[in-house]
Each structure stands twice: as C-alpha cells, then as structure tokens.
Design a protein around this ligand. Sequence first.
Ligand code: ADP
Length: 242
Amino acid sequence: MNLDIRNLSMHYGEERALDGMNLRIENLNSVSVIGPSGGGKSTFLRLVAGLEKPSGGQVIVNGIPIDYEEKQLREYRNRIGLVFQSHNLFPHWTAIQNITIPMIKVFNFSKAEAYDKAFELLIKFGLKEHADKLPVQLSGGQQQRISIARAMARQPEILLLDEPTSALDPQLTKEVLDMLIALKEEGTNILMATHEMNFAKKAADHVVFIDEGRVSFEGSSNEFFNADKESRLGEFLAHVFE
Ligand code: ADP
C-alpha cells in the first residue's frame, strides 16, 4: 500500500487531535501505529478510513486523494476494511449473517456469492463451527476474528484495525494476532493501531509512532526494535517505554 498524508489536521473545538501530520509510506504491506493514549492514533485511522473529513490537509491512498463528495466518499469507503476495538458485530445476527447481510444489502453481492465467500473465510480461519452462533455465544477473540473475516470478505485494498485486541485477554489476543499474521503473510495490506509490541515486532514491516497529533518516529520495525540505546531513537524509546 501507499499512503501520503499531507499536513493533516483534525480539530474538535479547541482540541487538536491531529496537528499538521505528515507521513509517506510506499510499497509497504503491514504498518503498526503506536503511541500514547490520546496521541491521535484513532483519529488518524478514522481519517484514513474516510469516516470523517479533516479540518485541513490531504489523505492520499494508493495515489488517489480522498474526495469528500458523497458518492466518491462512499466508493472510497468500499475499498477499505475496518475493524474497531469491539462491538463490531450486530448482536441479533449470527456470525455468518454478520458477514453476508452487509455484502448483499450494502455491497450488492448475490446471496450465493456472499455465502460462498463467507464460508471460504470461516473455513480458512477455523471458524466454520461458529457460523450459526450469535455474537453473545462467541468469545471476544472469536467475535474479533469474525469481524476481520467480514472486513476481508470484500477484498479491501487496506485492512484498517484500531486496537482490535485491546478488550481481550492474552490467549484471545494471540488468536486474533495469529489470524492477522496469516493475512499479512498472504499479502493483505494491514494498517493497525496497536499496543501489542509483539505484533509490531513480528508482523509489521514498519512502525509509525504518533504523539500529540504528529508522527514523532517512523521507520522499519527492525530499526525501531533494535535501536541503539545511545541513539536519539533509543533514548526516545527508553523514555517512551520507561
Ligand atoms: P488515541 O487513539 O491515540 O488514543 P485519539 O485519536 O482517540 O487518540 O484522540 C486524540 C485526541 O483527540 C484526544 O485528546 C481525544 O480526546 C481527542 N478526540 C478524539 N476524537 C474526538 C472527538 N470526536 N471529539 C472531541 N475530541 C476528540
């Protein structure tokens, strides 16, 4: 994926959630967005998802600037898969319905296509036995895996995830991260806000650190996790993770 973020700002009244953010990512497959709480990660992801119009600046995804005209914006959102921290699934639909109904009603897939694709994903990720369960009958990890399967069903250009494991215990977190690692390995473009340093270490090619509405570091995860303690980045990381 390519991302070009130019002087991006998002203000809520006096609050500057993003404050002239710049970032250029070229030909990367998996990017982790990390940083302190309140730093602007969610706002950044919402803007990349086209869920909100920025106060200023531009978001250019795979060479095309987001156009905020209603029709173009709807088309853009169709190119992106989204998974939030929790509550992604409709509680009164089964797992399979959560995947197929939006495909049929919103994205104009035929019923047969939607069910074929949904079963393919459920089988692939070991979730078939849960197809007919309601979200309340699933663990938090299973719910998030269904949410990821739903986001993948339309083969999005980018899968955006905002702290998808933040509500999960370590075992369930592992299930979700393993699924994301498998998706990354088959070439899915992943942009994920996370506090899971293990994921960032193992599965992200690149790390973007957002603080106070700006990017304060971006580089390969290798560079990030092997920073010399004496270097500026090393000192910065020691400070961040102290
Ligand atoms: P992070 O995801 O890194 O925790 P956020 O993007 O959620 O950070 O928030 C960045 C800042 O913007 C925070 O101070 C937050 O309170 C503020 N903010 C985010 N969304 C809104 C909103 N819809 N209305 C008002 N303030 C917001």
